[in-house]
Ligand binder design. Structure first.
Ligand SMILES: C[S@@+](CC[C@H](N)C(=O)[O-])C[C@H]1O[C@@H](n2cnc3c(N)ncnc32)[C@H](O)[C@@H]1O
Length: 262
């Protein structure tokens, strides 16, 4: 049979429905690249992935995104306290599949969690978890956290920030993609209230050392640990999916808790 016989007259494999690229993947759901291509030239800390979205995740995206989703499009300002009806708000950057986020939201209903990621299946997963667990204190933001911090968040509006198991980018030529760098810390400090804590965790020891170095050297942060080292894992941080994979490989996990000074 020739290759052509496997396809219909419009070039599609029989039985396979394709989507016009101009159509949204999930009508009413998050858009691809919300900030537009003018932001694309910058080195980014994530790699665009086209992972499969399950039926349940897709359903959650279509139904719940209009209620609890937020596009990081680089336009306008965002006051997180307004978004959560006056609750203190913690920003979580890179929530992955969102299980740990949902657990923290359930354990602390008096704190709003603004959870940011670019990962569409994870966004659907977290929205579904929030609905099933009756969580009213989670909002899901789609896009690059750097743009949110740099261009959208009201300065001094966050009560905390969590960066759990950011992509380790282990190869030397990729180190510039690591999120925790002096420039990121300056943006984070701008958005945190004085005294608010930035909590990082990683299972990649060279990255933990880099985090400790740049956080200790940054004038806007001070270590909550008197010995200037890593912090004991706080009881409120659940085991994350990525952390579990690291522990299975024998990795050592380090937590860092630094306070915004000023
Ligand atoms: C290694 S995963 C860890 C996920 C989760 N925290 C865990 O521990 O299982 C890192 C996540 O951060 C997201 N990420 C990386 N850089 C980001 C950025 N600048 N803005 C938003 N999300 C980002 C990636 O898409 C990915 O889902």
């Amino acid at each position: 049979m020739s290759k052509l016989q496997n396809h219909t007259h419009d070039g599609q494999a029989p039985g396979r429905q394709t989507r016009d690229r101009s159509e949204p993947r999930f009508p009413g759901g998050p858009v691809a690249d919300p900030a537009g291509s003018h932001h694309e030239r910058r080195i980014r800390s994530f790699q665009p992935r086209r992972s499969r979205v399950t039926t349940g995740q897709g359903d959650a995206l279509q139904r719940l995104w209009p209620l609890w989703g937020f596009e990081i499009d680089g336009h306008g300002t965002l006051d997180p306290a307004e978004m959560f009806g006056g609750l203190p708000v913690v920003l979580e950057i890179g929530f992955g599949m969102g299980e740990a986020t949902a657990q923290m939201a359930a354990a602390d209903p008096g704190t709003g969690i603004l959870a940011v990621d670019v990962h569409t299946p994870g966004q659907g997963n977290l929205l579904g978890l929030a609905e099933r667990n009756g969580l009213s204190n989670v909002r899901v933001a789609n896009g690059d956290a750097i743009i949110l911090l740099r261009e959208m968040l009201v300065p001094g509006s966050l009560d905390g920030m969590r960066v759990y198991f950011p992509d380790p980018w282990p190869k030397k030529r990729h180190h510039k993609r690591r999120l925790i760098q002096p420039e990121f810390l300056t943006l984070a400090a701008k958005c945190l209230k004085p005294g608010a804590v930035l909590h990082c965790a990683t299972d990649w020891e060279p990255y933990a050392e880099q985090m400790l170095d740049v956080l200790s050297a940054h004038p806007d942060f001070e270590n909550t640990q008197e010995d200037g080292g890593y912090a004991p894992r706080p009881a409120f941080r659940p085991l994350t999916r990525f952390e579990g994979q690291g522990l299975d490989k024998g990795h050592v996990v380090n937590d860092l808790l630094f306070r915004r000074v000023g």
